[in-house]
Write a new protein. Structure first.
Length: 294
């Protein structure tokens, strides 16, 4: 009888274990399905953003923060899931790759980046050294040389990268850039294919002060406040509103944006996905330069 009871207990234990494993397998399958559905929803948000930008490209010749593409979409129910996201203009930020657009340092961009660093509180003597450090990082990475004991950032593995930065976060690997300085720069810099122009309708005051010689930060802030009421129709309009003595390099500026980041957030079941995509709107339909799941 004891043997029979032990046998029944063993069988019951094995059955419970099998059922437990089966339940976990079902949960795993369901989790993967939820993840796949969430990714589809996030990609749908990206395609929606591409449609919005394509329509904007056909309708207007000016980009500014009052347009429909700049409106953030809150989490919205879609079937059994939810999706939301936003389009962020990248053409209003300083493009770090403009420092070395064709394999050689660009003196104009070097001076602009130095002014941006100084505007953010970096000593003028250090600003020039730090700007040159970014030039060295981009230039040496194109040849595959090791820098600061680091052979690769892990962000430059895409075909045709040619040493250009793929993410402004790579500044952490350039000599002299600590975490605090990288975080201070983050709202004002980006990494785009070079050469690129800066949209004066979306650029922060700090960037405007950096790219327009003799434009003080306070005057740049006044310009930003004014464009909230009336954006710049063209570069002539922008130049006309500048204070006396401040004249921009027209080749470095624009009133239209070409590069946008789309951040799509989606949830389905137990899965949550965040997808970031960089778009190039050179023509009507924006092309995807890269994408990543976060």
């Amino acid at each position: 009888m004891i043997l029979a009871l032990l046998s029944v207990a063993l069988a019951a234990g094995l059955a419970a274990a099998v059922l437990g494993d089966f339940g976990r397998s079902l949960d795993s399958v369901a989790g993967r399905q939820d993840q796949a559905q969430a990714r589809l929803l996030a990609r749908g948000a990206v395609d929606w953003a591409r449609n919005v930008l394509a329509d904007d490209f056909k309708r207007t010749n000016v980009d500014h923060a009052k347009e429909m593409w700049a409106v953030r979409v809150p989490p919205t129910p879609v079937g059994e899931g939810e999706v939301g996201g936003e389009i962020q203009d990248r053409s209003g930020l300083f493009n770090l790759n403009n420092l070395v657009p064709d394999g050689k340092a660009d003196p104009l961009a070097l001076a602009q980046f130095g002014r941006l660093l100084a505007t953010l509180g970096v000593a003028p003597a250090d600003a020039g050294r730090l700007a040159q450090a970014v030039v060295d990082w981009i230039g040496r990475s194109a040849t595959g040389e090791e820098k600061n004991g680091i052979a690769s950032s892990g962000l430059r593995d895409a075909p045709g990268a040619n040493g250009s930065l793929l993410d402004a976060a790579e500044l952490r690997l350039a000599a002299g850039f600590d975490e605090a300085l990288v975080q201070r720069l983050a709202p004002f810099v980006t990494a785009l294919p070079a050469p690129s122009r800066i949209n004066v309708n979306t650029a922060p005051a700090e960037v405007l002060a950096a790219v327009v010689p003799e434009l003080e930060l306070n005057d740049a802030r006044i310009l930003v406040a004014e464009r909230e009421r009336a954006w710049f129709r063209d570069l002539a309009d922008f130049s006309a509103r500048l204070p006396s003595g401040a004249q921009p390099a027209a080749t470095a500026l624009d009133v239209r944006s070409r590069h946008f980041a789309v951040i799509g957030r989606a949830g389905f079941g137990s899965a949550v996905v965040r997808m970031e995509v960089l778009l190039d709107r050179r023509e009507t339909w924006p092309t995807i330069l890269w994408q990543r799941l976060l």
